[in-house]
Write a protein that binds this ligand. Sequence first.
Ligand code: F0G
Length: 454
Amino acid sequence: MKTIIEPFRIKTVEPIRMSTREERERLMAAASYNLFNLHSDDVIIDLLTDSGTSAMSAAQQSALMGGDESYAGSPSFFRFEAAVKTLFPFKHVLPAHQGRAAEAILFSVLGGKGRSVPSNTHFDTTRANIEATGAEGVDLVIAEGLDPESLHPFKGNMDTQRLDAFLTANGAGVPCVMLTVTNNAGGGQPVSLENIRATAAVAHKHGKPFIIDGCRFAENAYFIKLREPGQAGRKVEDIVRDMFADADGMTMSAKKDAFANIGGWLALNDDALAQAARERLILTEGFPTYGGLAGRDLDAIAQGLKEIVDEDYLAYRLRTSAYIAERLEKLDVPTVKPSGGHAIFVDARRFLSHIPPLSYPGQSLAVALYLEGGIRSCEIGTVMFGQHPDGTETAAPMDLVRMAMPRRVYTQSHADYVVEVFERIAARKSSLRGFKIVWQPQRMRHFSARFAPL
Ligand code: F0G
């Protein structure tokens, strides 16, 4: 069939409150033109993140009621642990309340002043957790990964030659090598199985543990099935097992590819490292059989992991982003190509070329999407990355707007609506203006800065 349908029926619905443009203009001004300040019930289509925003299945909702809330030794933990180990056969699995908690625990053990941790591209929370220990995060993605126009099928790949050279020069200070699949910060781009194996081989040649940030592992595996020679006939679950076979551990946010609203884990093979992490876990998250989660959350994750590798779901998932990106391309709205798994990244700097980077074209587009159609997206550009600790400001390498798709939440008519909103904006884009910042905190300004239109 040409039409790839949503492979689910809807049993429970959450009404969307429709709003008028006048209302949204008032709300946007009251929120100082920062989309993080909006109340979510004033948003029609919320594409701020795909994290924790998935719709649970009937089976997950049922699993919630089976959750056992015992402090120690809950059967919910053992169901969770078994589901994790079915896909990722690591020796030790430590639950955590979300991905960044797993990162904080890992780097409390592996981080420290003078150390550095290479990856293809660290996600912000991973980098922040590394840097909070005094260590440094280093991004070594292939050159194509930084070019929005490149059609390379695996733009998330690690540059293994640079990694090898980096480890030769700085090996003594490197506690582990990381790899993020898919590469969220680089546009949701996948990493090939060949590259995962090559990265593991380089890490091991230098005697370093290899840790995967597995947030969107199922999307990555399906991209491998679609794009990597020799992988087409294989089951996604088998590809997932191969992706993690050479790794020594993983960090995970179950808010992504486990269909959960909260949760995560740290998995490790090394006994001593796992013991050190477990001690830290008890200090900050909880006893090792719940790790900051309710038993019911552990059960929701266990069931979610069975559902996420469903290929009909993954075909629909990847098609959604590709469908929106293709239709935007026809409207001459430039996007990062090829489209990633969880999100569409619009190149706002090219789309609004009359707005200079320091007048925040990404913010201008994000505000326009809200005013025109009540869509909430996220600027990933000069607002997010342009501020420096010494108080200066420079343009970020790119000014993007990310529209992240919550899993199983929106239908094709929601996607068509998003495209229609873009059509209207494209027709009068020369009238869009930039913004100035009227107040900002010392760091992470995108969350709370206040803006005024120019
Ligand atoms: N790693 C990656 C690749 C992520 O995308 C995220 C979260 C994390 C780690 C941290 O996980 O939120 O459970 O603590 N990304 C969200 C996003 C916030 O919107 O992209 P967390």
